[in-house]
Write a protein that binds this ligand. Structure first.
Ligand code: MGD
Ligand code: MGD
Ligand code: SF4
Ligand code: MO
Length: 667
């Protein structure tokens, strides 16, 4: 019998869609969009649909595996859990708990994925990762400016006269925003796209601005210079609600429009035009992750924030500078789930430099790496460095669904459930404010266990069983915290499938900011407190002509590595035949200079590594630009992160994935 159930997409994505899933004979047979979901309205993407194939794939890891003499052998759960808990106990005794590194990312947006942190805190506190490869630079930047990183509700875009899409590949990564843009345009909104690569969103726009990668902060300076010259700034907002405006004015005077035109490849006329657009409020800005993935990335986001602020677009309907929507995640009681107060010891590595951390740590050294919800060998920058570090560690435990490149390096692989095999609630702090319910629809295959079961069993063996003496329902209620007093209970989620969280739809409308001064801070006191210069500045990517001319002599092209259309990071490549080769996308001028033609086999390289792939010529990409989509597996040619640097962004919290130059050679 075929039965349809409502559930949710667990993928790390802006959209956090509602699903309607058809189940037949304990098997998911079809995934469609939930027509009743107020934001995602029955539309889902191919990545969501493919979760059926992920769940049913014969390649699923179905039994615990142990590497013996270089090959994986099936073992029992009893053996796996006993051996891993014995190792954890021995490490604690000999080296202390921080000799364990918990390496993770956010591949599953379920609330109970936070229980990994509870496990490691109750164990005593391990070496944890800080910052984020994904969006760390931008979050930190907005925290310095506003006190946190909040977005306007999706529907507020219909209150905007102008909508600026800045470094976000909307048509590919954020499909429901794309649908809203299409509608807003029909209703008369003016859409501007700023991106070094022309894409489907650029095609939709009224104005596409092609920019030199990493130079967006300078474009913001140019627009601000014009706003000030034309006296278009919102002086009332600046006087009443901001701190450090005179520091900003000093920066604007340090550079001329001619210099800015030269550095950004954006004409002065466009800067003037954008000044008028920003002053003709409400203008809404959607930031993507593109321009914060550079060494100067935090400063870039802060300069764009400053532009939005001086033009009077903060805290008004139809305005704002949307990056993350952290109000969503902050609604839940994550501390009640993760129990940070149970931690006795703590050490941190940044997520970007986990490999350096492992290689350099000696007090104590890293004896075990425990990986959850991540595929660091593919996704973390400088793959060769990550492999070198992981090879040095005695024991690697990976909780996974598939034999990824990271799982291949493990000593133990523990097979875990997919979204359809466990109950949870799902949310994303990226875009909208609904929490979605996901029920358990099918039994997991083979001996697959949920992460909750894995933690509970390990906790028993390490004598903190009491901390896991709760079932799924109780844990979900713990994580819902205060929300239950506002009508967001598990019971009601089971009944209504999705509920809106009580958050601000137009953040900062009271003009009370969460900074130390309570004002919008052009010069950040939090930055100063952390030992940074809190002022804005003129800055460039590290791998640029301005900062490193010698390097550019050897490696003349900027390498981007944007998110693939049909895969969420590395999660779908092994299931889609046409994705199993590397496509090297080059701008037209690169093809001309290097005499490359469509389908030529090329080598792309720099001092960190090399990759081979087939050429695709991009008709409309910024000059000197190459792109290789992220997420590729070793067996299909290798991850683009073989080439990317693992440096940290200027504000300490983000990656510099796109601050990367390469050379290219026909083979
Ligand atoms: N299909 C698909 N969708 C996804 C994901 C996926 O893997 N696949 N992943 C999800 C996740 S985790 C995230 S974080 C989001 C990311 O969502 P996006 O930020 O939309 O995705 P990116 O691929 O990082 O795209 C960055 C965009 O920035 C542009 N860019 C690069 N450098 C610069 C620059 O210097 N200046 C400017 N102005 N633009 C620049 C690129 O050309 C690209 O258009 O997507 C989510 N959605
Ligand atoms: N060069 C380059 N690198 C990038 C990026 C880029 O733009 N360019 N983007 C960065 C960004 S934005 C992000 S968010 C990261 C994403 O990096 P990751 O989160 O590491 O990447 P994914 O491939 O989404 O997922 C990792 C693994 O999690 C597993 N998984 C799924 N669900 C579960 C679960 O419930 N439990 C457990 N234990 N495992 C599960 C999947 O099988 C998958 O193998 O990559 C970053 N890396
Ligand atoms: S991957 Fe994103 S857009 Fe696609 S179904 Fe999932 S949440 Fe929706
Ligand atoms: Mo991300």
């Amino acid at each position: 019998m075929r039965v349809k159930y409502k559930t949710a997409c667990p993928l790390n994505c802006w959209d956090s869609c509602g699903f309607e899933v058809t189940v037949e004979n304990n098997m998911v047979v079809k995934i469609e969009g939930d027509q009743d979901h107020p934001i995602t309205k029955g539309k889902i993407c191919g990545r969501g649909r493919m979760l059926e194939h992920r769940a049913n794939s014969n390649e699923r890891v179905k039994y615990p595996l142990k590497k013996v003499n270089g090959t994986f052998q099936r073992i029992s759960w009893e053996q796996a859990l006993n051996e891993i808990s014995n190792k954890l106990a021995a490490i604690k005794k000999t080296y202390g708990t921080t000799a364990v590194l918990h390496s993770h990312d956010y591949s599953n947006s379920g609330l109970l994925t936070n229980l990994d942190k509870r496990f490691f805190n109750c164990y005593g506190g391990v070496t944890e990762l800080t910052g984020s490869i994904c969006w760390g630079a931008g979050i930190e930047a907005q925290t310095w400016d506003f006190g946190d990183s909040y977005s306007h509700s999706p529907d507020d875009v219909f209150n905007s006269k102008n909508i600026v899409i800045w470094g976000r590949n909307v048509a590919r990564t954020n499909m429901h925003l794309y649908a809203n843009l299409t509608k807003a345009k029909k209703q008369g909104a003016n859409i501007i796209v700023i991106d070094p690569m022309s894409n489907a969103t650029a095609k939709l726009s009224n104005e596409y601005v092609s920019i030199k990668p990493g130079m967006d902060g300078l474009l913001a300076i140019g627009i601000m210079k014009e706003i000030v010259r034309l006296n278009l700034q919102d002086q009332q907002f600046i006087d009443d609600h901001t701190l450090g405006y005179s520091d900003l004015l000093n920066i604007l005077e340090e550079i001329t429009l001619d210099e800015l035109e030269e550095l950004t490849d954006v004409s002065k006329d466009i800067m003037t035009k954008l000044a008028h657009i920003y002053a003709n409020e409400p203008t809404m800005t959607y930031l993507g992750l593109g321009m914060q993935r550079y060494t100067n990335g935090g400063n870039t986001i802060r300069l764009i924030d400053a532009l939005v602020a001086i033009s009077g677009n903060i805290g008004i309907p139809g305005g704002g500078v949307n990056f993350a929507n952290k109000q969503v995640g902050e609604s839940f009681d994550i501390n009640a789930l993760s129990l940070p107060n149970r931690r006795h010891h703590k050490r941190t590595f940044t997520m970007m430099q986990q490999a350096e951390g492992i290689l350099l740590a000696n007090d104590p050294p890293i004896k075990m790496v425990f990986v959850t919800c991540g595929n660091p060998v593919t996704q973390v920058p400088n793959t060769n460095r990550v492999k070198q570090a992981f090879s040095k560690v005695d024991t690697i435990v990976v909780v996974e669904q598939f034999m990824t490149d990271t799982a291949q390096m493990a000593d133990y692989v523990l097979p875990t459930t997919t979204v359809f095999e466990e109950e949870d609630v799902y949310y994303s702090s990226m875009y909208h404010h609904y929490v979605n319910y996901g029920s358990k629809l099918v039994e997991p295959p083979g001996e697959v266990k949920s992460e909750l079961m894995i933690w509970t069993e390990l906790a028993k063996r390490l004598s903190f069983a009491d901390d896991f003496a709760f079932d799924r329902e109780q844990f979900i209620n713990i994580g819902l915290g205060d929300l239950v007093t506002k009508g967001i209970t598990l019971e009601r989620l089971r009944k209504y499938d999705h509920l809106p969280l009580p958050i601000d739809h137009v953040p900062w409308s009271d003009k009370k900011f969460m900074t130390a001064s309570g004002k919008y801070e052009f010069t950040s006191s939090q930055a100063t407190q952390k030992g940074f210069d809190g002022r804005l500045r003129i800055d460039y990517p590290l791998e640029s002509k301005q900062k490193n001319p010698d390097l550019l002599g050897k490696y003349p092209y900027t390498l981007l590595s944007i998110h693939p259309l049909r895969s969420n990071h590395s999660q779908h490549y092994h299931l889609i035949d046409s994705m199993q080769e590397i496509k090297v996308e080059v701008s037209k001028d690169v093809a001309e200079k290097e005499r490359l033609q469509e389908d030529d086999l090329v080598k792309v390289f720099n001092e960190r590594g090399e990759l081979e792939g087939r050429v695709r010529i991009l008709k409309e990409a910024h000059r000197n630009t190459i792109n290789i989509d992220e997420g590729q597996w070793s067996k299909f040619g290798g991850s683009v992160n073989l080439l990317t640097p693992n440096r940290i962004s200027d504000n300490g919290m983000g990656s510099t994935l796109f601050d990367c130059v390469v050379a290219i050679e026909k083979i």
